[in-house]
Design a protein around this ligand. Sequence first.
Ligand code: AMP
Ligand code: MG
Length: 409
Amino acid sequence: MRIVSADEAAAEILAVASLQPALRFPLAAALGHVLAEDIVADIALPPWTNASMDGYAVRAADILGATPDRPARLRVTSAIAAGHADGASIGPGEAARIFTGAPIPAGADSVVRQEDTQRDDDVVVVQRDRDASANVRAAGGDVARGACALPARTVIGPHQLALLAALGISQPMVHRGPRVAIISTGDELCTLDHPDEISSGRRLADVNSPALAALVAEAGGVATALGIAPDDADALQTMIESAGDADVIITAGGVSVGDHDHVREVMRARGATMRFDRVRMRPGGPTALAMLPDGRPWLALPGNPVSAMVTFELFARPAIRAMAGRRDPLRERFGATLISDAPRDATLEQYLRCVFASPTDDGRVNATLTGPQGSGMLTSMARADGLIVIPAGSGVVSAGNIVTALRFA
Ligand code: AMP
Ligand code: MG
């Protein structure tokens, strides 16, 4: 029996979280995925030198010294709109009417903003020289051709997606999210397809399948909820087989040591190697990690939905993120100030559900417990902004002390 701390358990599962293979995804579907290769620009951005204002493309030398009293008068020889007029050029004493984004004609090096000009037939009268050598965006000024625009392992958010689109990349190579099979266990459970069973109180709604599927998706995995395995070793075996080629298996429930808890038995029967059997924490003590003979991790979470969600947060989420290529699999931890005493447990580290107040003027974040912390209290999760960690020990951690905290979002 290997019993580990929560930090050790997280390290164990991260150690077996293998980076997922790379695939090309359509750009929109790549949102939230991690780039599997450096994006080297095939084109420069901007692709051509262009105007950053509406006005007149001119030669700086022709307008230097211009004032309202002594304006420069230039002959307008062409008009260039965005998307038009390649090959235009101007000579000395000439100007081209130009619009934002349009290519700067050969011979021009400045765009005089419209407000500084007056038009007199085919002549533009330039009254100021403040735009000499200005308002021109150089080709490649954003990204040079051949430069690395985004390095591998960048997370594709909307802003990165914009850069990929600008480079004309419609199918970036990304790490795919791990496929996660989810199995609930328990004879007392039924799916939401049986509202009469639930409303009559004969059965309990299976909370873990939808909750864990949602958590998997949020972590960047692809969830398949396989359903509810009854409390029977053979049935659970069959269900585990139906996980097919899932990259990770997560079961919830049946991992305690009661007569109806068959997860450990099935792990043994399948020849799995245990990485840990229990975690010194509350909620979530009966959490186990086994490696199937084919190398896939099977994370067995406790059935109690609060315990399942807290242990998912601490162990499954980092593993799924690491497999999807995230370099920051763990949540950032910060210090929060307890506003009431928290009793310690002699041997177990406790993960309490909290609401965090906005930071005070001196930067403190006050943490208030979300009411009773029994592991059956679903509202304690539903109301919580995150968790605080109460280390094992004697007595209490008193109000005013700073404890380690993490936020769910
Ligand atoms: P177990 O870990 O199987 O002993 O389950 C612990 C407690 O959580 C029991 O009260 C179960 O009824 C409950 N439970 C287990 N799985 C689920 C589930 N999927 N949805 C709701 N409650 C569950
Ligand atoms: Mg059970």
